[in-house]
Design a protein around this ligand. Structure first.
Ligand code: P1T
Length: 382
C-alpha cells in the first residue's frame, strides 16, 4: 500500500478516469443523471442525494486514509453522528459515552436522541475498566472521543474494543487526532466519525462530517440511512475537503510542532495553573498517547490563574489567535469552553467533568511559532 500522503493526494484523482484527463477531479454539480430509455441500466448515478461522483471520490479518499473499506460524507459532524445513532439504535438501547465530549454531541444525545428512548450513560473512560462495570444487556454502543474536547483526556481504544466484544458497537470520534496520528479501526473500533469541519477540511471554510467503517453490514445500514435521512455533503464542499486532505500530513506535523512548543512554554509560565496536552510528560496518559497515537495533535487547553475575568481579558487581548469556536484550521483559534463550545452543559455537569471557568482551549494554527508565542506573552502582560 502506498504511503499516507501519496494516498491523500492521489486517491479519487486518477486522470485516466477523467473525461479530459484532469489532474484534479472536477466538481459534479448535477443533482440528477439522465438515461436514454426507461429500461437502461443507470451509469452508476441516479440522483445526487443517493450518490454523486464528487462525493464518491471524497469518500474513497477518506476510507483509504482511515484504513477503512467504506466512508460516507455528511453535511456536518453532528449530521454524521445523528445518522449513526438513527441507523443503529432502537428504543430502550443504551449507549455508554465518555463524560468529556464536545458539548454539541452531548446536546444531540440528551436533548434529541433521549426523546426517542435511547439512554446515555456518561463515564470517565480514562480507565477502561470503568466501561466493563457499566455494560448491561441493553448496551448497544460505546461512544469514545480521544483525545477529548476540551480536556484532552484519552481512552484506550484497543482495550475498550476488546471489552465491547462483537455485540457492542464501538464508535470513535477521531476529530482531534485525525487519521494521520490515530487510526481507530486498526485498533479494533467499529466506526470512526469526524467533524470534517476541523483538520480534514483544514481551512475553516467548510462544515462537514464523515463516517468510516470496515464491516459490510454496518456500511449497508449507514448508506441506506445516509440517503433516507439526506444529510449529505454537497459536491462543492466535498471538493473543498478533497483539496484540504492533500495537505493534511504537512499541516498536522506543523500543528503538532507549534502545539508541543506552546504547551511547554505555558507549562513554565507563572500565570498558568495547569496545561492539558497529551504530548507533555505531565499528562497522566502520556504513555498511552505514545502507543495509541503517532503524534499528539494541535489542540491544547490550560487553566489560567485569576478565574473567568482573567481568562476573558487574556483571550480578548490576543492579536493572532481569533476568539472563536471551532478548531483545526490553519489559523490559530482560542476560546473559553465553559461559556462558548460547552455552554450547553449545566454548571453541575461542567464541574463534574472538570471544565472550569478559567479553562482556555487553543487550536494551535500553523503560523510561525515565534509570532504565536510573542502574541501570548503580550496578552499575559495586559
Ligand atoms: O460542528 P460539526 O461539524 O457538526 O461537528 C461536531 C463535532 C463533533 N465532534 C467533535 C470532537 C467536535 O469538536 C465537533 C465540533 N466542535 C466544535 C465546533 C468546537 O468548537 O469544539
Amino acid at each position: 500500500m502506498k504511503g499516507f500522503t501519496t494516498r491523500a493526494i492521489h486517491i479519487g484523482e486518477d486522470p485516466s478516469q477523467m473525461q479530459y484527463g484532469d489532474v484534479i477531479s472536477p466538481i459534479h454539480l448535477s443533482t440528477t443523471f439522465a438515461k436514454e430509455r426507461i429500461e437502461d441500466v443507470e451509469k452508476g448515478y441516479v440522483y445526487s442525494r443517493t450518490s454523486n461522483p464528487t462525493r464518491d471520490r471524497l469518500e474513497k479518499k477518506l476510507a483509504s486514509l482511515e484504513g477503512g473499506k467504506y466512508a460516507l460524507a455528511f453535511s456536518s459532524g453532528l449530521a454524521a453522528e445523528s445518522t449513526i445513532l438513527l441507523s443503529l439504535l432502537h428504543k430502550g438501547d443504551e449507549v455508554i459515552a465518555f463524560d468529556d465530549l464536545y458539548g454539541g454531541t452531548k446536546r444531540l444525545f440528551n436533548e434529541v436522541m433521549a426523546k426517542y428512548g435511547i439512554n446515555f450513560k456518561y463515564i470517565d473512560m480514562t480507565q477502561a475498566d470503568n466501561v466493563n462495570n457499566e455494560i448491561t444487556e441493553r448496551t448497544r454502543m460505546i461512544w469514545i472521543e480521544t483525545p477529548t474536547n476540551p480536556l484532552l483526556k484519552l481512552a484506550d481504544i484497543r482495550c475498550i474494543s476488546e471489552i465491547a466484544g462483537h455485540d457492542i458497537i464501538v464508535v470513535v470520534d477521531n476529530t482531534f487526532a485525525t487519521p494521520y496520528f490515530q487510526r481507530p479501526l486498526e485498533l479494533g473500533a467499529d466506526i470512526v466519525v469526524h467533524s470534517v469541519t476541523k483538520y480534514l477540511g483544514g481551512h475553516s471554510d467548510v462544515v462537514g462530517g464523515a463516517v468510516i467503517v470496515n464491516d459490510n453490514d454496518l456500511h449497508e445500514k449507514l448508506r441506506f440511512h445516509q440517503n433516507a435521512i439526506g444529510a449529505i455533503l454537497s459536491p462543492f464542499d466535498s471538493w473543498l475537503v478533497m483539496r484540504g486532505l492533500k495537505t493534511l500530513s504537512l499541516r498536522m506535523e506543523r500543528h503538532e510542532y507549534n502545539a508541543k512548543n506552546i504547551a511547554k512554554y505555558l507549562e513554565e509560565h507563572p500565570n498558568v495553573q495547569r496545561v492539558y496536552y497529551p504530548g507533555l510528560k505531565s499528562h497522566p496518559q502520556y504513555e498511552l498517547a505514545k502507543t495509541q497515537m503517532s503524534g499528539f495533535g494541535g489542540m491544547l487547553s490550560f487553566e489560567i490563574k485569576g478565574g473567568l475575568e482573567k481568562a476573558k481579558k487574556f483571550v480578548e487581548s490576543l492579536e493572532l489567535f481569533a476568539l472563536a469556536e471551532s478548531l483545526g484550521g490553519v489559523e490559530s483559534l482560542i476560546e473559553i469552553p465553559a461559556v462558548m463550545t460547552h455552554a450547553s452543559l449545566s454548571p453541575n455537569e461542567l464541574n463534574k467533568i472538570g471544565i472550569s471557568n478559567s479553562l482556555i482551549r487553543v487550536s494551535v494554527g500553523i503560523e510561525d511559532l515565534d509570532d504565536l508565542i510573542n502574541d501570548i506573552e503580550t496578552a499575559f502582560s495586559v
